[in-house]
Design a protein around this ligand. Structure first.
Ligand SMILES: NC(=O)c1ccc[n+]([C@@H]2O[C@H](COP(=O)([O-])OP(=O)(O)OC[C@H]3O[C@@H](n4cnc5c(N)ncnc54)[C@H](OP(=O)(O)O)[C@@H]3O)[C@@H](O)[C@H]2O)c1
Length: 260
């Protein structure tokens, strides 16, 4: 089968775990060249080594904190030392912090969620665009969430952040009309990654409870979807894709099996 992705340059933010790390493997297996960023560089090095083993002809890593403009701009300068074009930008870095009601919410958690999920996407996209608008057929893929579509108790700030991501995607799709640059959002429901451990600030027991009796999506499910979306021909743009595990009929309707 024709491999439209071979040798393409794929930039993935938040590549040190979860969806981002799985995407590095999946694009590596498609013989893509990888530019990987996150705060934990040791983890990135492991991900890059595995991606090279999977088939990536190149996998470069650098520290990236999307909550800081200086870090994003330094990362973009480093990217330009490797390539003058980006084929796929995956704005994946982000996550949730806490499950507090608005009454109990903490400024620090709210600010971090807005910084990473909303402003991080804007910053990284602004920095990457000069390497994409000259490259028709390139693709900006943002990782949103079911939380951007439906609100839930304790999710006010995270839901607001992911709703922000969805609207950024839509605005960009309009702004880039005519350039040939594609823009889309992949919006997963419940997936088993480090997401809940981070949300509950290292409380593994609480994190495990989220998935009890449920068969959630895996990071590999999302990575496979990203590869499929990115490998559509240049005239095809998957704009918005909501993807949930079969057990999650709706945000408040989870099928949980009895566990022993
Ligand atoms: N798992 C789910 O149920 C689910 C569902 C819908 C959407 N999502 C979204 O999917 C994306 C990936 O999450 P995941 O589930 O794969 O969780 P994860 O395993 O916790 O991965 C999150 C990634 O984001 C990176 N990151 C976080 N803050 C960052 C920052 N300021 N700068 C750079 N990188 C940062 C982390 O790396 P470092 O800590 O090393 O920086 C890590 O690589 C997130 O945007 C999340 O909101 C997750």
């Amino acid at each position: 089968m024709l491999n439209r992705l071979a040798n393409k340059w794929i930039l993935i933010t938040g590549a040190s775990s979860g969806f981002g790390a799985a995407a590095a493997q999946a694009f590596g297996a498609e013989k893509c060249r990888l530019l990987l960023g996150a705060r934990r560089v040791d983890r990135l090095e492991e991900v890059a080594a595995q991606a090279r083993e999977a088939g990536a002809p190149a996998a470069h890593v650098r520290a990236l904190d999307v909550t800081k403009t200086s870090s994003v701009d330094e990362f973009a300068t480093w990217v330009r030392a490797h390539t003058d074009k980006i084929d796929v930008l995956i704005n994946n870095a982000g996550g949730a912090l806490g499950l507090d009601t608005v009454a109990q919410g903490k400024d620090e958690d709210w600010e971090t969620m807005m910084q990473s999920n909303v402003l991080g996407v804007l910053r990284m996209t602004r920095a990457a665009l000069p390497l994409m608008v000259t490259n028709p057929g390139s693709y900006i893929l943002n990782i949103g969430s079911i939380a951007g579509h439906v609100a839930y108790e304790g999710g006010a700030a995270y839901c607001a952040a992911k709703a922000g991501e969805l609207q950024i995607t839509r605005a960009l799709r309009l702004e880039l009309s005519g350039t040939g640059v594609r823009v889309g959002t992949i919006d997963p429901g419940m997936a088993a990654t480090e997401f809940s451990v981070v949300r509950f600030k290292g409380d593994d027991t609480r994190a495990k409870k989220v998935y009890e009796g449920v068969e959630p999506l895996t990071a590999e499910d999302i990575a496979e979807t990203l590869v499929w979306v990115a490998s559509r021909p240049p005239h095809v743009c998957i704009d918005e894709l909501l993807i949930k595990c079969t057990d999650q009929a709706a945000i408040h309707k989870l099928h949980r099996r009895k566990t022993a």
